[in-house]
Design a protein around this ligand. Structure first.
Ligand code: KIV
Ligand code: ZN
Length: 499
């Protein structure tokens, strides 16, 4: 393996182009602008905003984004065709990323062109972009499955034509770090312009392949927030950047403290939720449950954390469950300033273990209400259900009327919904607005026993406008009633947190 890394790596973000190719994801112009502004604040060097030839909306996005005065360069993707390049030029793109497939599969089945025809098209495209005074980046699509001598020939030809950067895509994610490193080393011998890589994650190696390429001297990483992209996605920006900073002390312009916030924005807009165990930005990336780990982290975070959560804009979480040790419980009690005597502490500790054994996770709110109940403080219920009435049927819009007592004042509200539960939750949200802006984050229902008289156990997670989350659980033979009870129980927990 060649080890000749640069001191700085440029970050080319393609969340808004390859990321938008994530199955099921489309991003409107307004949403692209929101994300582009976030990416600019984050410090990416280039934002690939889209594919101007694809639609009028894409062209509009470029025109809108060019008015924002962002520091990042705004790149548009274009096939190696003058008609695509013209669309990018007309849309005010100040950077064009042009590409053509070079592997035998692309030549024979997709393009049905000879090697020479493809090379000529690549050169013409680059010359055309440069004649318009625009920055040109060129990719041999499916580079990692292209014969090395031909790949070199194409890249040398576009270099001759004045390209500013070449990009090496591992289009179907079939490379491995040692091969990627060798490929970039070979290219470095002939290519003088900066070399970029674009690795897909079909085998889960996109980040490893990107880092191996940088080790061989690649100066730019194409990547996406949250690793979004075609099929299994692209190399994730947050993982690459932290890897570059931590393992190699390589600089990027990224303000890492904004990584979690940017990831959350992209996740909210695209609707692609991150798994809790996603590296760097996942909910559990800095969460600790096991007793031994918690004890270590509380003494010195480096024992079980390879970086500080604040460095990436995250928060450490001590999670309680069956693996929890006494130290974690003590630290949580300190955090909430709850004082328990030894007997009360033992009671709390065994209750947490018992809940954990039943497979339940104990959120901070659950912990606080159990601890305060043991301490003798009654769990304050500011919202109480007085009554419900639901109407549903074949030719009726499902409607629920909910009557609540909130801090001693009784009020009611009727709302419609896609079903009776949705209608009831809508009515609750409206009624409790005066004390909390309630958002339903998760809803699960399970029949506890069989048959039509089965108890329906409902589990919910709600959130408030401050970002606090609370769980609620209730069971009843009537699933609308158990849903309302669960939502109100979590709403009461949220209110307790705000006291
Ligand atoms: O994966 C790929 O090959 C691409 C190219 C357009 C660079 O996304
Ligand atoms: Zn791609």
């Amino acid at each position: 393996m060649t080890y000749n890394p640069p001191s700085d790596v440029m970050i080319y973000d393609t969340t808004l182009r390859d990321g938008e190719q994530t199955p099921g994801v489309t991003i409107t112009t307004d949403e692209k602008i929101t994300i582009a502004e976030k990416l600019d604040k984050l410090g990416v060097d280039v934002i690939e905003l889209g594919f101007p030839a694809a639609s009028k909306g894409e062209q509009e996005t470029f025109r809108e984004a060019s008015k924002l005065g962002l520091s990042a360069q705004l790149s548009g993707l274009a096939r190696a065709l003058t008609k695509d390049i013209d669309k990018a030029i007309d849309s005010d793109a100040d950077y064009i990323h042009t590409f053509i497939g070079t592997s035998p599969l692309h030549r024979d089945y997709k393009l049905k062109m000879s090697k020479q025809e493809i090379l000529d098209k690549a050169v013409t495209a680059v010359e055309y972009i440069k004649d318009h005074g625009i920055v040109a980046e060129f990719s041999c699509e499916d580079a990692t499955r292209t014969e090395l001598d031909y790949l070199l020939e194409v890249y040398e030809a576009v270099q001759e034509a004045g390209v500013d950067k070449i990009n090496v895509p591992d289009t179907v994610g079939v490379s491995i770090p040692v091969k990627m490193n060798e490929l970039i080393s070979n290219l470095r011998e002939k290519i003088n312009v900066p070399i970029s890589v674009h690795c897909h994650n079909d085998f889960g190696l996109a980040v490893a392949n990107t880092l191996a390429s940088v080790e061989a001297g690649a100066q730019q990483a194409q990547c996406t927030i949250n690793g979004l992209g075609e099929r299994a996605g692209n190399a994730s920006l947050e993982e690459i950047v932290m890897g570059l900073h931590k393992f190699y002390k390589i600089n990027t312009n990224i303000n890492t403290k904004l990584l979690v916030n940017t990831s959350e924005t992209v996740s909210r807009i695209t609707g692609v939720k991150m798994p809790p165990n996603k590296a760097i930005v996942g909910e559990n990336a800095f969460a600790h449950e096991a007793g031994i780990h918690v004890q270590g982290v509380l003494a010195n975070s480096e024992t079980y954390e390879p970086m500080k959560p604040e460095e990436v804009g995250h928060k450490r979480r001590i999670v309680l469950g069956k693996l929890t040790g006494a130290n974690a419980v003590k630290s949580k009690l300190d955090e909430y300033n709850i004082k328990l005597n030894d007997e009360q502490f033992d009671q709390l500790y065994s209750q947490i273990k018992a809940l954990g054994d039943k497979g339940k996770t104990i959120t901070d709110m659950d912990f606080r209400s159990i601890a305060e109940a043991i301490q003798g403080k009654p769990t304050e219920e500011r919202i109480k259900l007085i009554g419900i009435n639901v109407m549903t049927g074949d030719n009726t819009v499902p409607t629920a009327t909910v009557k609540l007592d909130i801090d001693g004042e009784v009020s009611y509200c009727a709302k419609t919904g896609v079903g009776p539960i949705d209608a009831a939750v809508n009515a609750i949200q409206e009624l409790v607005k005066q004390v909390v802006n309630l958002e339903l984050v998760e809803y699960h229902i399970e029949a506890v026993t069989g048959g039509t008289t089965a108890f329906g156990e409902v589990f919910v997670i709600t959130a408030d406008e401050l970002g606090n989350k609370a769980t609620g659980r209730a069971s009843d033979e009537d699933i609308v009633k158990s849903s309302i009870d669960a939502v109100l129980s979590s709403a009461n927990k949220l209110l307790m947190l705000r006291n």
